[in-house]
Design a protein around this ligand. Structure first.
Ligand SMILES: C[S@@+](CC[C@H](N)C(=O)[O-])C[C@H]1O[C@@H](n2cnc3c(N)ncnc32)[C@H](O)[C@@H]1O
Length: 269
């Protein structure tokens, strides 16, 4: 499929208060060679065979599953971002969301200090480590375990708990952090009225952490599900950062209300 460069990196930048058009499909859902564009070389594919065995096992078990979970798995394994992530050795397709936003918005620089919240299984941390280089620093956290990653310091725990929040604070140099990233999303019950407020709470906590650790001029990238509390979160972000917008990368499913709040130029008050 022929795509122009605008379509390849089609991040929908939305003005405050303007909702997503959930049914709106992108013309080009598969950016070409994002890894080559970012200049990062994928790590050796040590996980390839495991992925294909897993895929076979899951495909076999699909027959026994319900129609809807079968459909989800079918969609998952035929997703070009999933396939590319597996082929390139990334731990999840989420890497392509961060990469697209990073390249488009010129976020990350070698030597930066970054906090990665909701880091498991670890694709963003993998990306950060390579992007920031030897002089950079990545502190990651998740309620789930994270298989060790070189150059990434990890704290396991529930970010809603004060002691986890405090533990992370002890690991990041105060007022020297360049970016706070949050891809946190609660396990979904499928009930919007439950899931959306839970995810909003995580986004609020991530913004709070950003306000505690960022240096002047630092930034935050936070996953948010639109709904109750969304406008208040935007207002809060606009009060602390000079430049705030919403982005939806191509790898973020069009039917999902997920967007990323991108806040730049943190102001110390
Ligand atoms: C979409 S995944 C993140 C994917 C990750 N960015 C990557 O690149 O692999 C969302 C993560 O949020 C984490 N999470 C959800 N609730 C959390 C909580 N209360 N505290 C910490 N992490 C949480 C989940 O365990 C999950 O790993």
């Amino acid at each position: 499929m022929a795509c122009n460069s605008r379509e390849l990196y089609n991040v929908s930048v939305l003005a405050q208060g303007i909702g997503l058009a959930p049914g709106k499909r992108r013309d080009c859902r598969e950016p070409i060679l994002p890894m080559e564009r970012s200049g990062l070389s994928p790590e050796p594919l040590t996980r390839g065979p495991r992925h294909s065995r897993l895929e076979k096992t899951v495909r076999a078990s699909m027959a026994r599953r319900s129609k809807s979970s079968g459909r989800w798995l079918q969609e998952h394994f035929s997703d070009p971002f999933v396939q590319r992530a597996q082929a390139q050795g990334w731990r999840s397709r989420a890497v392509f969301k961060l990469e697209e936003i990073d390249l488009r918005e010129k976020m990350l620089k070698p030597g930066a200090i970054c906090l990665d919240l909701g880091a498991a299984p670890g694709a963003w941390s993998q990306y950060l480590h390579r992007r920031l280089g030897k002089t950079g620093r990545v502190v990651a956290s998740d309620i789930q375990p994270l298989a060790p990653l070189p150059g990434v310091q990890f704290v396991q725990g529930d970010f809603r708990e004060q002691e986890v929040f405090e533990h992370i604070l002890t690991l990041v140099p105060q007022r020297q952090v360049d970016w706070v990233l949050s891809d946190m999303a609660p396990s979904m019950s499928g009930i919007d009225a439950v899931d959306q407020p839970r995810s909003m709470y995580l986004a609020e906590l991530a913004l709070d952490m950003a306000a505690r650790v960022l240096k002047e001029g630092g930034g935050a990238l936070i996953k948010v599900f639109q709904g109750v509390g969304f406008d208040a979160l935007l207002r809060e972000a606009r009060g602390r950062f000079a430049n705030v917008k919403l982005v939806k990368p191509a790898a973020s499913r069009a039917r999902s209300s997920e967007v990323y709040l991108l806040a730049k130029d943190f102001r110390l008050v």
